[in-house]
Design a protein around this ligand. Structure first.
Ligand SMILES: *Cc1c(COP(=O)(O)O)cnc(C)c1O
Length: 380
């Protein structure tokens, strides 16, 4: 039997047309007509002014920090419950991350913790240069509360929507609220270009500058002329072709991801020690991965048992404030003096196979095995 994977790529078939076009016209380069079209399509889908397609989501975050003029020694506030790519670019710029806990309703940045962190930073006269919020596993953070705090202190927000393309908050697409939004088209994301990303903004000027910085900061001259350091961060014209076709099936993919979640939810209804990831009122998650919390059992043990049955599951993100690389960084808990919400999520959570090509049979198999394993582990 084939292994049931977490979230493998799912091509629609139309990708080949755009790849063939790139070959036929010999646009085998970064940039080209597919990149232009992909940027336009992505801007239209998200209803934003401008998009710069990049070779990774991480590069898009790095560009956002450059555009906000982040300097060595600056502090950057960031959600702790996320993949390290959210904040690695801060390290490239020798900025200091400060981590903000998650909250139970969204698993995203806690507005309470953010407020305390901002108050303390203001008292010390060292406000952060940017706040990186992360919409995790497709779920929006409480945008009204977070944006109100950011606006009160006049701090730009970068929305890491790498996992949340197509999700909405009060009907508006995630990634479009802050100064900058970023998406990822890595192989495991809801749609993919094998590797790729995008930086979006409601202002055209910074996106023009992002394109400039991501093509080695080459000035418009007859010869190669450079005034500042740049990067090689643009998306390939071939990969953008994959992106154009993938974007056309994004709504289908979201519908399927949500159906997968609902099927698990139904399948686990009778199991009291499983809790599904919540969905906040007025939000729509793309349900990139179905994630659950499991009481009174060790998720690592369950993951290993699932693996023995040909099922790929994964633990939730280990909070960044617990990572050795960030041991010197400050951390603000959801509630002062209480346990960290992000650590509790990590200790209890599991991501289940959520590939959009999963069959009903495969999903029922996962549910059955989960039931068996849980009966087993709660007996011992
Ligand atoms: C995947 C991911 C990224 C990074 O995207 P890449 O395209 O792999 O560089 C950033 N943040 C989060 C939360 C992600 O899941």
């Amino acid at each position: 039997m084939e292994k049931i994977l977490l979230s493998p790529p799912h091509m629609s078939g139309a990708e080949q047309t755009y790849i063939d076009k790139a070959f036929a016209t010999n646009w085998i380069a970064p940039l080209g007509p597919n990149v232009d079209q992909f940027e336009q399509d992505l801007a239209a889908y998200n209803n934003v002014e401008a998009v710069a397609a990049t070779n990774t989501g991480t590069a898009a975050i790095h560009l956002a920090l450059k555009l906000l003029n982040v300097q060595p020694g600056d502090t950057i506030f960031c959600s702790t419950f996320t993949f390290i790519a959210s904040v690695n670019p801060a390290l490239y710029e020798k900025a200091m991350p400060v981590f903000i806990d998650a909250e139970k309703d969204t698993w995203g940045m806690s507005p309470e913790a953010l407020q305390r962190a901002l108050e303390e930073a203001a008292q010390k006269g060292k406000l952060p240069k940017a706040i990186i919020i992360v919409h995790i596993y497709g779920q929006s953070v409480k945008m009204d509360e977070i944006m109100a705090l950011a606006n009160q202190y006049n701090i730009p927000v970068i929305e890491d929507a790498a996992e949340s393309l197509g999700s909405t908050y009060k009907g508006k697409k995630l990634g479009t609220f802050g100064e900058f939004g970023i998406y990822s088209f890595n192989g495991n994301k809801i749609i993919t270009t094998s590797g790729g990303g995008a930086l979006v903004s409601n202002k055209k000027t910074p996106i023009h500058r992002a394109r400039f910085l991501s093509t080695q900061a080459r000035e418009q001259r007859e010869y190669y002329h450079h005034v500042e350091a740049g990067y090689n961060y643009r998306l390939s014209n071939i990969l953008a072709g994959i992106g154009i076709a993938q974007l056309q099936v994004l709504e289908e993919r979201i519908a399927k991801k949500r159906a997968i979640f609902d099927c698990y939810k139904k399948g686990f209804q009778a199991i009291p020690n499983i809790t599904m990831m919540p969905e906040l009122a007025d939000t729509k998650s793309n349900r990139w991965l179905t994630t659950v919390l499991i009481q009174d059992a060790d998720p690592t043990e369950i993951m290993n048992k699932l693996s023995n049955k040909g099922i790929e599951a994964r633990l939730l993100w280990k909070p960044l404030h617990c990572q050795p690389v960030f041991e010197d960084c400050q951390f603000y808990r959801h509630i002062e003096g209480a346990g960290s919400v992000a650590e509790a999520l990590f200790a209890q959570g599991l991501c289940l196979p959520s590939g959009t090509q999963m069959t009903e049979e495969q999903q029922n198999y996962v549910i059955t095995i989960m039931r068996e394993i849980l009966a087993e582990v709660s007996c011992t």
